[in-house]
Design a protein around this ligand. Structure first.
Ligand SMILES: NC(=O)C1=CN([C@@H]2O[C@H](COP(=O)(O)OP(=O)(O)OC[C@H]3O[C@@H](n4cnc5c(N)ncnc54)[C@H](OP(=O)(O)O)[C@@H]3O)[C@@H](O)[C@H]2O)C=CC1
Ligand SMILES: O=C(O)C1=N[C@H](C(=O)O)C[C@H](O)C1
Length: 270
């Protein structure tokens, strides 16, 4: 007997990630595109969600959340925090599971996500690539091994259209390092420097942000000591890796009950 097909709706359907996800879903033999959502003022409303691929899906992009979510087992959402939270509330009512790739949430918004996850399965990760999630594990080891005498700086670079900074991935890297060192990221993070800053405080974790062109996503964590420095880097050359990671997460949610999961659960990296 063949495995049941997973019905997936995509939010932010005409965005950079939305399009990648639609392509990945229509090409996955075990998935079906059941809906595509965009904002009420989007010029894409009413268009076939995969028309731009030269292959019709029969799914029209809609701003009507209930219509777009009808029949969906899982919603994959790469939009903005306000959009994700609005989508989550309806998904909770309908019992639809949610993969969240959106970044830029405040602590209060994250708490709202966690509250919804008490009722439905939610997988939330600032980076769906296998590589970044392995790097997060390497950073834990590096930070514990280089806990004294090394200054830690996190540098990230993204395309000119990115609206949040530092990236969700850079912040996740900072959290891993801070936790490994027993520091509180909120109180030790330094976001950019300017003017007469004084000497570097060794207990800080610095962040630097670069925005330009079409950079997909680069992250480097630098451990700078005396006489040596260690750099742990990840560079994305395509958004395909985020889309494939999201599909893995959707399959994981389909097989699991309510709860807030991370990519380490999906990839078995816990
Ligand atoms: N977790 C991961 O692996 C990754 C995460 N991301 C994150 O995903 C998010 C989207 O990135 P990207 O695709 O590049 O962004 P885009 O701006 O290209 O796409 C965002 C989409 O969401 C829509 N949107 C914006 N605001 C709302 C809202 N309030 N309600 C509903 N829909 C909304 C946009 O519509 P409109 O165009 O009309 O504004 C657009 O269709 C970002 O937070 C980014 O950081 C990105 C890549 C990987
Ligand atoms: O906006 C992007 O493009 C990306 N956002 C995510 C983040 O903020 O970490 C993941 C990836 O780096 C691409």
């Amino acid at each position: 007997m063949s495995a049941p097909v997973l019905n997936i709706a995509i939010a932010g359907a005409s965005g950079r990630m939305g399009r990648m996800l639609i392509e990945a879903v229509v090409n996955a033999p075990d998935c079906r595109l059941s809906g595509a959502l965009d904002r009420t003022d989007s010029p894409a409303l009413g268009q076939d969600a995969s028309a731009w691929l030269g292959q019709a899906s029969g799914v029209a992009i809609t701003a009507d959340l209930r219509q777009g979510l009808a029949g969906a087992d899982v919603l994959i959402d790469f939009t903005r925090p306000e959009g994700t939270l609005a989508h989550l509330a309806i998904c909770r009512e309908l019992g639809t599971k949610v993969v969240i790739g959106t970044t830029g949430f405040t602590p209060e918004q994250k708490a709202e996500v966690a509250a919804h996850a008490r009722e439905i399965g939610v997988m939330m990760a600032p980076n769906m690539s296998v590589g970044v999630n392995v790097v997060l594990k390497l950073l834990d080891l590096a930070a514990r091994s280089l806990s004294t005498g090394y200054d830690i700086e996190i540098v990230e670079a993204h395309h000119r259209h990115k609206v949040d900074a530092p990236s969700g991935t850079a912040l996740a890297m900072g959290e891993v390092v801070a936790q490994a060192l027993g520091r509180d990221l909120k109180s030790c993070a330094v976001y950019g420097r300017e003017g007469v800053t004084g000497e570097r405080d060794p207990s800080t974790i610095g962040f630097a942000t670069v925005r330009g062109g079409d950079i997909v996503g680069d992250h480097t964590v630098l451990f700078a000591g005396i006489g040596e420095r260690i750099e742990i880097s990840h560079k994305s050359s395509s958004r395909v890796t985020y889309a494939q990671g999201s599909l893995r997460a959707a399959r994981f949610l389909a097989a699991n009950g309510p709860g807030l999961y991370g990519m380490d659960d999906v990839l078995g990296l816990k």
